[in-house]
Design a protein around this ligand. Structure first.
Ligand code: FAD
Ligand code: DLZ
Ligand code: SF4
Length: 510
């Protein structure tokens, strides 16, 4: 084949050894990186997310050039920039003498569908390389799922432990005798604990340029740039990783589900944007966590809890995404139809838990898992918000959000819109759970102990009303047998009061 090989590198393929490049001789290749309106506009991404991706892309192009690769970088302001992957690949074929295209598979159905068309459209061979930054191949997941009635994460996770050997003893048994130490990971946190803070990286010239560009071009997108704090290079991401391993990991397990006012990060790693865009390798990270355990620096419940998030939940979500297909996004098992209230974009609500989770999200493009699941997600679920609108919000608003990981988390785990493929019961709760795991209720104008009346915590009536509204679909779920018994044991007047309370609240929400 005459001519050079064109290798497009997508915005979440910022790994120096991405599979399309492996073992290749730089002289024969042209790498193409593109800042595109198509990618910034398919949803209205948080400003800080766009700034992070553009800055990390620009830095990554330099890192590739320093290794001898020739990178054709199409900046946002390039007057010829067509704004689409298709348009930019077409222009690159005109600029360079290209005989074929190589690309690492894209992370989502939308972009894969485009790439699969290129061979026919451009009339040259296109090789799509598997993305080897994951532990499980598509085939591994398909083999594991084959013939199973239920695809529970826990059993998939054990397969991944066996495949990687992580936290297994010499006989192949789990360290400490148990596969999962989740029950040790549910401590509420108190404000008097010393909480580590992630590094705030000072923007360099490249990042400052990008911040100015985003402020001007994406002024109508949600979120703020004022607290932009992200690492934008592999080296910076490695510094954040070390800070996490040294300071936060030892307590990661204990306080994994805790929430505190004014403390957005607690003992979480804040590494997901870097893992998902390629600046950090997930398996290397897990091996370091395992080493810290073997060195006696972190307890087993922390090491296992962290490793489970990555080789368990993260890999499992990807497996479900590709297995369920491009129409997974349309599922709406509970037929929820309510539009997203405006406060998801302003944080302007007197429900303190939501104001905290949404406020910090708008400031930082970050919230930790239990805020996403049990505050914003739980509210959306029990208020009956339309799952596709909820999905769009999560995809826009978090710096780590790419459809392959965001969609199964939102639609499946959080909104139960897939009818229980991911979650064995909906993650619905009243204010009681929030009160147990946080200090939010102490700062709220509502009273978490009340179900009805002007001061009653809205989560309480909404929770019971959710069960009542969905009894036909959820009544047979044996994991909900107890709450349904409690509901049915309430006297009819109390149930009517709760229904009215929820109705009044939902009416004013719309
Ligand atoms: P830590 O608590 O430090 O966890 C360590 C790592 O484990 C994370 O960096 C992440 O890579 C991985 N991880 C943990 N939980 C999950 C999970 N459920 N699925 C996949 N990976 C996980 N995660 C994303 O990466 N992108 C998303 O778009 C995303 N959307 C979510 C939407 C909803 C409704 C919910 C409930 C969860 C979502 N998550 C998503 C999972 C999780 O909330 C984030 O990975 C986590 O909050 C990132 O912060 P952290 O790096 O501090 O995580
Ligand atoms: C998310 C995103 C954004 C906002 N911008 C770009 C971009 O300008 N150029 C690019 O190559 N990638 C971007 N991305 C990430 C892509 O959307 C991501 O690579 C695909 O979702 C993968 O399927
Ligand atoms: Fe949230 Fe209710 Fe607690 Fe207020 S009282 S913080 S609305 S759970």
């Amino acid at each position: 084949m005459s001519g050079k090989i064109l290798i497009p590198i997508l915005g979440d393929q910022l790994s120096i050894d991405i599979s399309a490049l492996e073992g290749e001789d730089p002289d024969q290749y042209v790498l193409l990186m593109m800042e595109l309106s198509e990618e910034t506009a398919y949803v209205r991404h948080h400003k800080a997310k766009i700034a992070y991706i553009f800055s990390a892309m620009r830095h990554h192009a330099k890192a590739l050039e320093a290794r001898g690769w020739s990178v054709d970088y199409i900046a946002w302001s390039d007057p010829e920039n067509s704004g689409s992957f298709w348009g930019e690949v077409a222009r690159a074929l005109e600029r360079h003498s290209i005989g074929s295209i190589r690309i690492t598979e894209a992370g989502e159905w939308r972009v894969m569908a485009m790439i699969e068309n290129w061979e026919q459209k451009f009339g040259i061979p296109v090789t799509i390389c598997p993305d080897d930054r994951f532990v499980a191949t598509h085939q591994d997941f398909a083999d594991w799922a084959e013939g199973k009635k239920q695809l529970r994460m826990e059993y998939f996770y054990r397969e991944m432990r066996r495949k990687t050997g992580l936290l297994l003893d010499e006989d192949g048994n789990p360290e400490g005798g148990e596969w999962n130490y989740d029950t040790a990971n549910r401590k509420p946190a108190k404000g008097d604990l010393e909480i580590p803070q992630p590094i705030r990286f000072r923007p360099d010239e490249i990042t400052l340029d990008v911040l100015a560009l985003v402020a001007e071009q994406f002024a109508d997108h949600p979120g703020s740039l004022e607290q932009f704090h992200f690492a934008v290079t592999h080296e910076e991401a490695m510094r954040q990783k070390r800070q996490f391993l040294d300071e936060a990991l030892p307590r990661f397990g204990d306080y994994q589900d805790a929430m505190l006012s004014g403390q957005p990060f607690l003992w979480h790693s804040i590494l997901s944007p870097y893992i998902n865009s390629g600046l950090l390798d997930p398996l290397d990270l897990c091996r370091e966590v395992e080493q810290r355990y073997h060195d006696g620096e972190v307890p087993l419940n922390a090491a296992e809890g962290f490793i489970r998030q990555i080789i368990g939940w993260r890999e499992y979500m990807r497996g479900i995404y590709w297995r369920e297909g491009p129409d997974y996004v349309d599922r709406n098992f509970l037929e929820a139809q309510r539009p997203l209230p405006d406060f998801y974009y302003s944080g302007d609500t007197d429900m303190h838990c939501l104001a905290e989770a949404i406020g910090q999200t708008l400031d930082l493009a970050y919230a930790h898992h239990i805020q996403r699941l049990m505050i914003t997600g739980n509210f959306a679920l029990i208020a009956g918000l339309q799952p596709q609108a909820v999905h769009q919000w999560y995809l826009e608003i978090y710096a780590d959000a790419y459809e392959w990981v965001e969609l199964p988390n939102t639609l499946g785990m959080s909104q139960f819109a897939d009818g229980g493929i991911i979650a064995s019961k909906p993650y619905a709760s009243s204010g009681n759970y929030i009160n147990k795991m946080s200090d939010y209720c102490q700062h709220c104008r509502y009273d978490v102990k009340q179900r009805v009346g002007d001061d009653a915590c809205p989560f309480n009536a909404l929770y019971w009303d959710f069960l009542d509204r969905n009894q036909e679909k959820l009544g047979e779920n044996h994991r909900l047998a107890m709450p349904y018994r409690t509901w049915e044991g309430m006297d009819p007047n109390s149930r009517d009061e709760i229904r009215n309370q929820a109705k009044n609240f939902l009416d004013q929400l719309s």
